[in-house]
Design a protein around this ligand. Structure first.
Ligand code: ATP
Ligand code: MG
Length: 186
């Protein structure tokens, strides 16, 4: 058994994003064969990536995350717009934008909790995005056509009622995520 778990903190967006993903994939899947599409049950917004974590650090981390201040249940969220990292013509990641007033404060509170639990500060700024497809490892795709007309587009509107700590197991067939602990909104 492994002594470390690959962890991240995220909000599941399966309910909200499965429809848009299906529509985009139906239109573009065969035109962009270099993309691997995210499994619908894996659709999520990462609040904080923790990476490989010794097993004995997991429980104290969960205890600390339980004290994070959360928004009220049914917190509104919209999927709007989108883009590619690092750029449309040589995309490695295709994402949809995620808009919610409560998102940045929650991400800050999660970051503070994780630092209190002994992790170093995250250097990269929080850029809320929902990954829907990735280029195969080491490759990139020209997604300029795919992304045309995405700016300002509203994909879906809905609500969120929890965040969670996930374990990720990387496999050739794609990552397997499992919930380590759930943190329901108020
Ligand atoms: P794969 O790596 O097989 O494409 P994945 O990226 O979904 O799958 P992980 O690499 O375990 O699986 O990542 C889990 C989540 O954390 C994803 O949302 C990913 O974008 C994010 N993530 C991974 N590595 C980092 C990192 N170094 N910094 C910030 N976020 C990261
Ligand atoms: Mg990854």
């Amino acid at each position: 058994m492994s002594g470390e778990w690959r962890l991240f903190v995220a909000v599941s967006l399966e309910a909200l994003a499965a429809g848009p993903l299906e529509a985009i994939r139906t239109e573009w899947g065969s035109r962009l064969p270099g993309l691997r599409w995210v499994e619908r049950s894996n659709l999520h917004l990462t609040l904080r990536f923790l990476g490989e974590t010794a097993r004995e650090r997991v429980e104290p981390l969960v205890r600390r995350l339980e004290r994070v201040e959360r928004p009220a249940a049914g917190a509104p969220v919209r999927l709007a717009g989108g883009g590619a990292f690092p750029q449309p013509a040589r995309a490695r990641v295709i994402w949809l934008g995620v808009e919610a007033e409560w998102l940045a404060p929650l991400a800050r509170a999660v970051e503070a909790a994780i630092r209190e639990a002994g992790w170093p500060a995250e250097e990269r700024p929080f850029q809320p995005h929902l990954t829907v497809a990735r280029a195969r490892r080491g490759e990139s795709v020209d997604a300029a056509g795919l992304l045309e007309g995405w700016q300002g587009r509203l994909w879906a509107a809905g609500s969120v009622s929890e965040f969670a700590l996930y374990r990720s197991q990387l496999r050739p067939a794609g990552p397997l995520y499992t919930v380590v602990a759930r943190f329901p909104f108020r």
